[in-house]
Ligand binder design. Structure first.
Ligand code: NAD
Ligand code: LMR
Length: 329
């Protein structure tokens, strides 16, 4: 039995993400939780002829507890999205409390689940989840993930529009975090190999770092990326399920995690990033979640500068999440 849970399931991301999870035949039970409309979304999806039994829960009648109990994997897209002119950090005020309360439910009712955090600002909401789990003695660094897959998906799409390669086959490691300058595409490590000009590298880097803004601007006040995010979230969830349920080896995905997930492996990485506790890097997934965190490999001078610019912002974002739980500020 494999139970997956979506917290924020009636939202712009939640609905298409729940649809894609319903199509994943590894999942036998899909629980949808939201403060509104989740029973309707569940009824709708339940007519699709795939194995997952779909249930919908609202906060009343212990809905969060019922949704979470027995969960193998939990995805969190709950919270408000950006409007034009806002940064992801501007969402902290509202989303930090939402994520804290959902993480408390996870610590109480599903402490062994794999937790995939989509809600922004990811650089801070992942530390919030971790601090809540720690408080409850339920933290396993191998099981908590900030979902940065959309940056990787965008990197494949944007680079292939210049290189001419088929976008599905292109891999670009995107490391760091998930906001503006903390998003660091390692274009020097693109596979299949391609030599971009310096101008192309600068333009592509900027586009990948600020790809979210393109969608926010185009939606003009109606939210941020939802459909591409649902695809990216479902891809990452599927990778976790393939590693932890099907036992598939060799799955590598970048994700923003606490580096205690691979203390020994991260010794070198930690030096490169000024001792940060959280960072997104290529992760090898295994039967218990994170199996190994890869260091950055050889990076170009340009990428070293991107890294330098990202570190202070990441530090501020991480501290903000940690302090929110430590002293409520
Ligand atoms: P949305 O407003 O369409 O949906 C959010 C849903 O969360 C709503 O249905 C709402 O009712 C629900 N919700 C609010 N409070 C809740 C609570 N306490 N418990 C359960 N559900 C609750 O927003 P969206 O477009 O789906 O975006 C959701 C979040 O995902 C935003 O913070 C956005 O910035 C973020 N996001 C992250 C990435 C990424 O790459 N990690 C990409 C896109 C969007
Ligand atoms: C994205 O990268 O699309 C998301 O983080 C949403 C946003 O606010 O840009």
């Amino acid at each position: 039995m494999v139970k997956a849970v979506v917290l924020g399931a009636a939202g712009g991301i939640g609905q298409p993400l729940s649809l894609l999870l319903k199509l994943n035949e590894v999942i036998t039970e899909l629980a949808l939780y939201d403060i509104v409309n989740s029973p309707g979304v569940a009824a709708d999806l339940s007519h699709i002829n795939t194995p997952a039994k779909v249930t919908g829960y609202l906060p009343a009648n212990d809905g969060l507890k019922c949704a979470l109990t027995g969960a193998h994997l939990i995805v969190i897209p709950a919270g408000v999205p950006r409007k034009p002119g806002m940064t992801r950090d501007d969402l902290f005020k509202i989303n930090a409390g939402i994520v804290r309360d959902l993480a408390t439910g996870i610590a109480q009712h599903a402490p062994k689940a794999y937790v995939l955090v989509i809600s922004n600002p990811v650089n801070s909401t992942v530390p919030i989840v971790v601090e809540v789990l720690k408080k409850h003695g339920a933290f396993d660094p191998k099981r908590v993930f900030g979902v940065t897959t959309l940056d990787v998906v965008r990197a494949s799409t944007f680079t292939s529009s210049i290189s001419g390669a088929a976008p599905q086959g292109v891999r670009v490691p995107v490391v760091g975090g998930h906001s503006g300058v903390t998003i660091i595409p390692l274009l020097s490590q693109i596979s299949p190999r391609h030599n971009f000009t310096h101008e192309e590298i600068e333009a592509l880097t900027k586009r990948i770092q600020f790809g979210g803004d393109e969608v926010v601007k185009a939606k003009d006040g109606a939210g941020s990326a939802t459909l591409s995010m649902a695809q990216a979230g479902a891809r990452f969830a599927s990778s976790i399920l393939n590693a932890t349920v099907k036992g598939e080896a060799g799955i590598v995905e970048p994700s923003y995690v606490h580096l205690d997930a691979d203390k020994e492996g991260c010794a070198q990485l930690r030096k490169l990033i000024d001792g940060l506790d959280y960072f997104s890097s290529n992760i090898e997934l295994g039967p218990n979640g994170v199996a190994k965190i890869n260091s950055l490999g050889e990076i170009s001078e340009y990428e070293k500068k991107l890294l330098e610019a990202a570190i202070p912002e990441l530090k501020t974002n991480i501290n903000k999440g940690v302090s929110f739980i430590a002293d409520g500020s």
